[in-house]
Design a protein around this ligand. Structure first.
Ligand code: RIB
Ligand code: CA
Length: 325
């Protein structure tokens, strides 16, 4: 007897890996995506919203009808920091041009809409999957505190508990972009799983997979392959490896197949004041702070199993063979 799908809201900043994460979420019958909320991050909010709408159109039903909502255009406690360079290309999708959105964003603010969804559902029904700076999520938990105990869990792509950052030596992009929000979420007491650079960098998607998706030739697989190729080109220039981390897709995979990862209980917080450590995820795995654990931190990943999971889900749901069947 299969379990009922988990109802989720995905808070994102597409962004190539956010786009792949959305594709994976809609290719996973274990998830029921009730809404896609957006926040500034990889690109500015207007572009993020436009990209989210275009990707949902590309995915098709039910994504094309899923409410997409505008969230915050930047952190609440400090100035917005745009990436120093367009990692995801000028418009955020690796130069892959998708048709203009077929619809506008759903009216209302992402945070208020999400709060309403959570209140209307049974306690423990909703999971948040956050693949962007945590401004919206922190605003939800702060402005609608009753949602904290109604949420099943929050799965976050962010941080680097035991590995170097990717934005500063100490900090990963999502946590660096809004460290106050990240700290608020980590210390909120809501059940939390953190999928950080410690594991996303170990589960790379090779060029061969991107090329196979392009060769498949269906609209979604080809677009996914071209987006991934953009990231791989950048990785190849910086890291001499012809592969890329699809950070946000691993967070979605963690919500569907937590067995793909190893988890370590820890008390976590985020540094907000350090001159060189702003946004750093601090994970106390040995109880040195005296605090009880407040998160499960992904500390290992079955890279080949994730690779196979991602590729098979994308092909089975969107591939040319599926469309021809
Ligand atoms: O550090 C990786 C994270 O920052 C991912 O969510 C990526 O999309 C960017 O937002
Ligand atoms: Ca992201």
């Amino acid at each position: 007897m299969s379990r009922a799908p988990s109802r989720v809201v995905i808070d994102c900043d597409p962004g190539i890996d956010d786009a792949i994460a959305l594709m994976l979420a809609y290719a996973s019958p274990e998830l029921d995506v009730a809404g896609v909320t957006t926040v500034a991050g990889n690109v500015g909010l207007d572009q993020v919203v436009d990209n989210a709408l275009r990707v949902c159109d590309l995915i098709g039903p039910p994504a094309a009808a899923t409410p997409v909502l505008r969230g915050y255009a930047g952190p609440l406690a400090r100035a917005l920091r745009q990436p120093d360079e367009p990692v995801h290309g000028a418009y955020g999708l690796g130069g892959v041009e998708l048709p203009a959105p077929s619809r506008a964003a759903h009216p209302g603010h992402a945070v208020d809409w999400t709060a309403g969804q959570i209140r209307a559902a049974a306690p423990g029904e909703f999971t948040l999957i956050a693949t962007a700076p945590l401004t919206n999520v922190a605003a939800l938990l702060h402005g609608h505190p009753d949602t904290r105990e109604r949420l099943k869990e929050i799965v976050v792509m962010g941080g680097a508990a035991f590995a170097p950052g990717n934005t500063t030596p100490a900090a990963e992009f999502n946590f660096h972009a809004d460290p106050e929000a990240a700290r608020y979420v980590t210390e909120s007491g809501v059940p939390l799983r953190i999928v950080g650079l410690d594991v996303t960098r170990e589960a790379l998607t090779p060029l061969a997979d991107a090329e196979a998706l392009i060769a498949d030739g269906a609209p979604v697989t080809a677009a996914a392959g071209r987006m991934l190729s953009h990231l791989i080109d950048r990785y190849a220039r910086r890291h001499t490896v012809r592969a890329c981390a699809v950070h946000d897709a691993l967070a979605v995979a963690a919500a569907v197949r937590p067995d793909l990862l190893e988890w370590t209980d820890a008390w976590v917080t985020v540094e907000c004041a350090g001159e060189f450590t702003r946004g750093a995820l601090v994970a106390d795995v040995h109880g040195r702070t005296g605090h009880a654990p407040n998160a499960r931190v992904a500390s290992g990943v079955d890279a080949e199993a994730f690779r196979g999971f991602l590729m098979s889900r994308l092909r089975d749901r969107y591939g040319a063979a599926r469309l021809a069947a």
